[in-house]
Design a protein around this ligand. Structure first.
Ligand SMILES: Nc1ncnc2c1ncn2[C@@H]1O[C@H](COP(=O)(O)OP(=O)(O)O)[C@@H](O)[C@H]1O
Ligand SMILES: C[C@@](O)(CCOP(=O)(O)O)CC(=O)O
Ligand SMILES: [Mg+2]
Length: 395
């Protein structure tokens, strides 16, 4: 019998092509996975390497290392009369559970620069204790994604953590091949996605579920009121991603849009309806057949117009930022169309790069944006969703 020595999970970030924020209020949105991943490695110690039992989490991107004795975690959860550890029974983090988690997290003195880390740590502890219980482990998290920039790092974190923990618990139906990344079966993706959504709730407050869904399933999805439709994405889409490097927090931005919607219910409902129509049209264009460069250019022209309209409506929702406007102005000087992606308020902006745009011109746009202090990159769109891998030792 083999003993699991290390389990890893990895999950991609995402681009929202259309419909962010409105999707929280029931509109359709369109998103694609990104070829940038968050990786979570879980090492299980032996009685010799950790005789007293600890849970250690090493958040490499934030330079934060936390450790709790397992007994301390058990003591924190003692007030809960019934706390069920069951990887197959997905539950929400109740206020009682959150109080126990807060008693552990509040003991930590996070540096000011990593404000926001406590919600990620709380989500991690909730998932860990719910899925594997009061067991020792060292968990190492690292990501290719910029955190808090609209590319779904929170969802990639929750999906990768859930995938790795479910694999460790034995709840996934896998043909374990050591060392290689394993794709999950549909029913396994579903349970990873459900747990990740519960984690994302702790980080976002009121998530739509689109980010964790596209991270779990990969490729391109259309999403509305919790329902996912896979999009056949044969149309070639190239996007330049520009990170304004203005930090922001999704939870606060989502709450701000909800407040605006409660102040102006009729006007905002019209805004959300318009976004719904734009997302539906965009999905149709992406799935429509195309024959030659001329038909591609015609479809790109429509996508550009829809992106411009979506950006205008995001401004109506109050989630733009002067840095985002600076990116829009710069790219429009090159006759390119852009929109913010994710929660806005800073973060990343997408610019559609038409198929016939030369690499020399793309370079010029990048140089201009980077001279203003922004960071530009191209990334592949529509890759694999969550994957797991194992390293075992023979007992
Ligand atoms: N690699 C990571 N390590 C630790 N925490 C992470 C990581 N990725 C995401 N998080 C958590 O997610 C939060 C950022 O989520 P959010 O504000 O939704 O932005 P986004 O999802 O657009 O990156 C961070 O403040 C942190 O709590
Ligand atoms: C604003 C929203 O539509 C997307 C947020 O994405 P991100 O956390 O900024 O990557 C919120 C959601 O759908 O849960
Ligand atoms: Mg997020």
């Amino acid at each position: 019998m083999d003993n699991i020595k290390e389990v890893a999970g990895r999950a991609p970030g995402k681009l929202i092509l259309c419909g962010e924020h409105a999707v929280v209020h029931g509109s359709t949105a369109l998103a694609a996975s990104l070829g940038l991943y968050t990786q979570v490695r879980i090492q299980t110690p032996t009685a010799e390497t950790d005789p007293d039992g600890h849970l250690t989490i090493d958040l490499r991107d934030l330079n934060v290392l936390l450790q709790w004795p397992i007994q301390r975690i058990e003591a924190a959860f003692k007030p809960l009369e019934e706390f069920v550890v069951d990887p197959l029974c997905v539950k929400s983090c109740s206020s009682d559970i959150m109080q126990c988690i807060a008693s552990l997290v509040n003991e930590e003195d996070f540096p000011e620069a990593v404000f926001g880390v406590s919600t990620g740590v709380s989500a991690f502890l909730f998932l860990y204790i719910s899925i594997v219980g009061f067991k020792s482990a060292t968990v190492i998290v690292s990501s290719d994604l910029p955190l808090g920039s609209g590319l779904g790092s929170s969802a990639a974190f929750c999906v990768a953590v859930s995938g790795a923990l479910l694999a460790l618990s034995g709840a996934l139906d896998l043909d374990a091949l050591q060392g290689s990344w394993l794709s999950l079966k549909q029913n396994n993706r579903e349970i990873v996605n459900k747990w990740a959504f519960e984690g994302e709730k702790i980080i976002h407050g009121r998530p739509s579920g689109i980010d964790n869904t596209v991270s779990a399933y990969g490729n391109m999805v259309k999403f509305k009121s919790g329902h996912l439709t896979h999009i056949e994405h044969i149309f070639p889409i190239r996007m330049l991603i520009t990170n304004t490097k203005v930090g922001r927090n999704t939870k606060a931005l989502v709450a701000g849009v909800a407040e605006r919607a409660s102040r102006h219910p009729k006007a905002m409902s019209a805004v959300f309806d318009a976004v719904n129509a734009i997302s539906e049209e965009m999905a149709d264009i992406i799935q429509a057949p195309f024959s030659d460069d001329a038909s591609i250019s015609a479809q790109e022209g429509k996508l550009e117009e829809l992106m411009e309209m979506n950006q205008g409506l995001l401004q109506c929702m109050g989630v733009c930022h002067p840095a985002i406007k600076a990116v829009l102005q710069t790219t429009s000087r090159f006759k390119l169309y852009s929109k913010l992606t994710g929660a806005g308020g800073g973060g990343c902006v997408l610019t559609l790069l038409p198929k016939l745009l030369s690499s020399k011109m793309i370079e010029k746009v990048k140089v201009d944006l980077e001279s203003q202090g922004f960071q530009c990159f191209l990334a592949t769109i529509g890759g694999e969703g969550v994957q797991v891998s194992f390293q075992c030792t023979s007992a």
